[in-house]
Write a protein that binds this ligand. Structure first.
Ligand code: MLC
Ligand code: AMP
Length: 499
């Protein structure tokens, strides 16, 4: 199914219903119906065409949450354009990689973020594009049959932090996104009566493939905010009274700080709180239940596969588990030789279904390594109970997840290793009550190398959440016989003042 058929349930079918509200930085409030979205996204599609963009062309964006992303997404779905979201926190090295790899015609951005673009990249300012769009017709652009997107057409290349340090673009088609949206709308009982508070960033599949698509497919109402700000969040909840909230565990930890009477009022309006992208500690689930009267529904997914498993809307939400496979999804737990293991035995989760990506953009080797007989190897290790509930136990790779943002140690280690006087470096995730994990650097370096110089080397090139929380000096990195660093043998680090 091409995504537009799904979106048309709302864009056309619910044209007069309120769809979106958004407050800009100056306090101005915008309120659009689905019909407004249809017309405005048609204008953006015409504007893209006028700039020479057509079916199959790639266009990147690096933007904080804003209606511009929504319009761009709809316009791209209409034209068959392939969008490449870039994390708004990414800096020079990260942006350079995505732009060099995806080779987009242009990057839609802001004057501030354009500074991170590599030389030769074409920057289109979002505001200028929208201003220009306003002069175009608001009728739907005609796309000839040969170019009209189908289920098999790529909708987006979403970059995931690759194990080698260089991230790879997962090719997500219209069909993969549609399958994911249909599964979630069904499994979570989302209807046009829902009110969704959208605070997740729209450059990752959690906010995009789940949030945006569930909204458009169900025709519910969405209040979009620029980003989750924990000081302002209680005010948004009390004012908007959402029935639906999707978040990463860090957001739920932050929400535990809300005064009890406010939390109860917020909880009374809520119908469903979903957590994913990182493990939700059972203690947070319990504390949130006590404060808000809501049992958070934890689910599990990946950029490459979209959503895999979910605790049930009706039935037992089992703390510490990610629930059961979603409709249309098959999960198989495999041993190191790739053979299925019996229930109750740990192994790697393999996944198949219509929501799994086609592979990695221009990476036939990585694609071949990720798929076996049509199954996608997630790299996550887990166990399935006889009644189907899945528990994640760890990952095969060194991935660190901080506040729901992924960090691969390798790219930080490369930057640290390049600082004069550093002999070797290893970056490891240390437990953190708020962010789940934070990166900590272990370095073997001359005493003359200052911690600040090490941190500055990372800060200059990478997003702020990748800057190590601490630098620990060691005489040598523990290595196994193959020379591989044994991260679990590094001395544990805890923040100053921790018990
Ligand atoms: C965080 N920051 C942001 C930001 N999020 N800046 C701009 N836009 C955002 N969206 C920056 C802040 O400026 C600050 O930078 C630092 O991050 C911490 O800010 P904070 O206010 O203290 O945030 P905190 O309360 O810790 O909350 C962080 C957070 C963020 C939860 C808002 O981590 C977040 O949005 N996470 C969502 C990640 C996500 O969507 N992952 C899904 C991946 S898809 P500085 O410079 O001061 O440090 C996936 C598949 C699946 O995994 O299953 O879903
Ligand atoms: P990403 O590459 O950003 O798509 O991150 C996907 C990874 O996030 C998965 O492979 C898991 O390791 C992790 N993840 C997602 N949801 C959960 C969850 N509910 N619990 C634990 N880990 C999760």
């Amino acid at each position: 199914m091409a995504l537009l058929a799904l979106f048309d349930l709302s864009l056309v079918g619910r044209a007069d219903r309120p769809a979106l509200e958004f407050e800009d930085a100056d306090g101005g409030r915008l309120a659009w119906t689905f019909g407004d979205l249809e017309r405005r996204s048609n204008q953006v599609a015409h504007a893209l065409r006028a700039r020479g963009v057509g079916a199959g062309d790639r266009v990147a964006f690096q933007l904080a949450n804003s209606p511009a992303i929504v319009l761009l997404w709809l316009a791209a779905a209409k034209l068959g354009v392939v969008l490449v979201p870039i994390n708004v926190l990414y800096k020079g090295r990260e942006v350079r990689h995505v732009v060099a790899d995806a080779e987009p015609m242009a990057v839609v951005t802001t004057p501030a973020d354009a500074a991170h673009l590599p030389e030769g990249a074409v920057a289109w300012m979002a505001d200028a594009l929208l201003d220009e769009a306003a002069a175009h017709p608001d009728t739907r652009p005609v796309v000839d049959a040969a170019h009209a997107p189908t289920a098999a057409s790529p909708m987006a290349l979403v970059y995931t932090s690759g194990t080698t340090g260089a991230s790879k673009g997962a090719v997500l088609t219209h069909g993969t996104f549609a399958a994911n949206a249909l599964a979630l709308v069904t499994a979570w009982g989302i209807t046009e009566g829902d009110r969704y508070l959208a605070a997740l960033p729209l450059f990752h599949v959690h906010g995009l493939g789940n949030g945006l698509h569930v909204w458009l497919a169900s025709g519910c109402h969405m209040r979009l905010v620029t980003r989750f700000e924990h000081e302002r969040a209680p005010g948004w909840f009390l004012d908007y009274r959402p029935t639906l909230f999707f978040g990463v565990p860090t957001m739920y930890v932050r929400l535990l700080e809300v005064p009890a009477d406010q939390a109860r009022a917020i909880g009374d309006a809520l119908r469903l709180c979903v957590s994913g992208s990182a493990p939700l500690p059972a203690a947070v689930l319990e504390a949130f239940h006590a404060r808000y009267g809501q049992v958070i529904l934890e689910r599990y997914g990946m950029t490459e596969t979209l959503m895999i498993a979910s605790n049930p809307l009706v039935g037992e939400r089992r703390p510490g588990t990610v629930g059961v496979p979603l409709p249309m999804t098959a999960v198989s737990i495999r041993d190191d030789a790739g053979a299925p293991v019996p229930p109750g035995t740990s192994g790697e989760l393999w996944v198949r279904g219509p929501h799994v990506c086609d592979g990695y953009w221009r990476r036939p080797d990585a694609t071949a390594a990720a798929f076996v007989d049509g199954w996608f190897r997630t790299g996550d290790v887990g166990v399935q109970a006889p009644d189907g509930y899945l528990t994640l136990e760890g990952r095969r790779s060194d991935l660190i997840i901080a506040g729901g943002f992924n960090i691969y140690p390798r790219e930080i280690e490369e930057l640290l290793g390049a600082v004069p006087g550093v002999r070797e470096a290893a970056v490891v995730g240390a437990p953190d009550a708020l962010r789940g994990e934070v990166p900590v650097a272990y370095v073997v370096a001359d005493a003359t190398v200052a911690d600040d110089a090490l941190l500055a080397a990372v800060r200059a090139e990478l997003a702020s959440f990748k800057v190590p929380r601490a630098v620990v000096r060691v005489d040598a990195l523990p290595r196994n016989a193959m020379g591989k660093v044994q991260r679990h043998l590094l001395p544990p680090w805890s923040p100053p003042g921790a018990p």
